[in-house]
Design a protein around this ligand. Structure first.
Ligand code: PAF
Length: 279
């Protein structure tokens, strides 16, 4: 496994590959867990080589505190990557990526960016768009893999690729869950013992909301979810929303011809957890 910190060196390596070598790319912010590894394993099957980037991207954090506290486990990450047969790891510094101008490009994602996470994390998706576009330019992948836990991010990256005509297939992968149902996330490692014990309530509620959606309208389901969280001593609901899977617009009238998904963001103390379920 080769590890590069410089754009020039990783590009040199990629340019030296035989023409037609299929490159699978998994961008990450490190603190890798089994969810990331499942993306890499899928990329291994579908490509000739797999590139993983580890970069805690400053421009996508709306809270400085969150950026500073983002878990960093580089040695463990590298040994995990080696164990799943990753070929190339790109670990740049912020200076390497942004030089002295740590700023996002402004994007128009046709309104996808104004829903849900966009309302609560100002500038977040411009930051994600900026770094993912930059990494695609550097790595020039054929296929790139993203987890559906960040479903809005996945749709936004698809939109960015389409609008900028970037020649890469964006592949969404199922949410990887702990045995108790909690969606895997690097942030889970920051939960206290009590918060971690409480957190599976999020997915449990989503699963029940899916059942409720079969017999109730979206407003009633939303009220039911709010009520469930109001009773919970450790988890605070930020939003629950049922939206069209493609446009991410909140549902108006349930139509059988459309696909819906329920999205949720919850605070456990200061740790913000998100999840979603196809309805
Ligand atoms: O999902 C993430 O970990 C990040 O948003 C990504 C896609 C690596 C961009 O920094």
């Amino acid at each position: 496994m080769l590890v590069f910190a410089k754009i020039k060196s990783v590009q040199q390596k990629i340019n030296s590959l035989n023409k037609g070598t299929k490159i699978g790319f998994v961008p990450t912010m490190g603190a890798l867990h089994r969810g990331h590894l499942s993306l890499i394993e899928k990329a291994k099957i579908e490509n000739n080589i797999v590139v993983v980037s580890i970069f805690v991207n400053p421009t996508q954090f709306d809270k400085e505190e969150d950026l500073i506290n983002y878990p960093k486990t580089i040695d463990k990450d590298l040994s995990l990557l080696k164990s799943v047969g990753c070929n190339i790891v790109f670990v740049p510094t912020a200076k390497e990526i942004y030089a002295d101008n740590i700023k996002s490009q402004q994007f128009d994602f046709d309104g996808l960016e104004h829903q849900m996470e966009g309302k609560f994390r100002k500038g977040h998706f411009d930051g994600v768009g900026t770094i993912v576009k930059r990494l695609f330019e550097i790595v020039t992948p054929d296929n790139s893999y993203f987890g559906e836990k960040d479903f809005q991010q996945l749709q936004i990256i698809k939109k960015m690729v389409q609008k900028n005509q970037i020649p890469v297939n964006i592949i969404g992968c199922d949410i990887f869950r702990e045995e108790d149902g909690l969606a895997m996330s690097s942030r889970n490692s920051r939960l206290t013992y009590e918060q971690r014990k409480a957190a599976p309530f999020i997915y449990k509620t989503l699963k029940q909301a899916k059942i409720e959606f079969g017999i109730k309208n979206a407003l009633e389901v939303t009220e039911w979810v709010k009520n469930e969280f109001e009773k919970h001593p450790l988890l605070e609901l930020e939003y629950f929303e049922i939206a069209n899977e493609e446009t991410l617009q909140p549902i108006e009238n349930k139509k059988t011809s459309q696909k819906y998904r329920a999205f949720i963001a919850v605070f456990a103390g200061k740790i913000r957890l998100i999840d979603n379920i196809s309805l």
